[in-house]
Design a protein around this ligand. Sequence first.
Ligand SMILES: Nc1ncnc2c1ncn2[C@@H]1O[C@H](COP(=O)(O)OP(=O)(O)OP(=O)(O)O)[C@@H](O)[C@H]1O
Length: 358
Amino acid sequence: MTAADTSTRAPELLRLGGVTVRFTAAGRPALDAVDLDVAAQEIVCVLGPSGSGKSTLLRVVAGLQHADAGQVLLEGREQRGVPAHRRGVGLMFQDHQLFPQRDVEGNVAFGLRMRGSSRAERERTVTELLDLVGLPGAQRRAVASLSGGEQQRVALARALAPRPRLLMLDEPLGQLDRGLRERLVVELRRLFRELGTTVLAVTHDQGEAFALADRVVVMQDGRIAQSGTPLEVWQRPASEFVARFLGFDNVVEATVRGEAAATPWGKVPVPDGTTDGPCRLLVRPAGVRLTAAPDGVPATVAARTFRGTHVALLLQPAAGPQIEAACTLRDAPDVGERVGLAFAAADVVVLDGGAPAG
Ligand SMILES: Nc1ncnc2c1ncn2[C@@H]1O[C@H](COP(=O)(O)OP(=O)(O)OP(=O)(O)O)[C@@H](O)[C@H]1O
């Protein structure tokens, strides 16, 4: 494909077409004919289990990994043969490796110095970026004196300093504790919006991806299993793999007939327009309602886990696998209590094997 072929389309900044990477002659490729577009100023998070090809994808775009087939286009230009340092992409890796012998300013200004920027320009950019990442006035601090979160911010400022057209982050908040990660991810999103940065980030933490991204791409064995907004992927996981990866375990065999499906748990209502026939069915925990014991599907509370905002219940119905439900702390029954279950069609998702009609 040439630059002209892509000029009629939306101004995607990055386009991958059929990108394949094989580390061994036999077995499945690490990346298997991956197609992916990232629009200018879009924040895309690639999510997937260990070994699904996330890092390899970043490395191919960065020019650190050769692709056996397919194309990488940046602003319409094929990147084959373009060395990493000429691609205009910024990289921030998991182990953000700051230079320990340089102070904060020395670290942040590194890329600018390499580019031959003037001292005044470097100082201005460093001041601006340290303000942006919430470390104003930290220029002279030694890297070793910074907390993990502060170091992460310095690494981010360093990656942003040369104003890359595409910023790639590999597990950007991987090393940090949960609270700090949740705070930083909100700040990062605001920062990228403010700067209009295009971002391709890789993480295995779905919470991080959903909070950061405009679009989430779920990888499975070197292929894209699903791509969509966080809400779309959350509400309509495309396959059992994606559903389970997101932590949804209420998945059963089902046969749809009309407005309900026959499942090992009994009849479960399905969304309007669902095609009749066999399928795998997901019931999101939010769609499992507790009723008084004589009504609904009889079940016993097997476990309850306090999750902060709600209580996660594990329920054992009379037949079929255990079911997860979510309820408020006030309403949560005790372990061993007998309850009834009802299912809400709005939280029922037909997975691969049957799709809603139309
Ligand atoms: N340099 C390499 N040589 C051989 N195999 C490799 C190499 N790099 C990656 N692989 C293999 O390619 C596949 C994809 O690896 P990759 O690191 O891209 O996955 P990942 O999704 O980033 O995993 P993680 O979340 O564990 O970092 C894995 O099976 C991995 O073992």
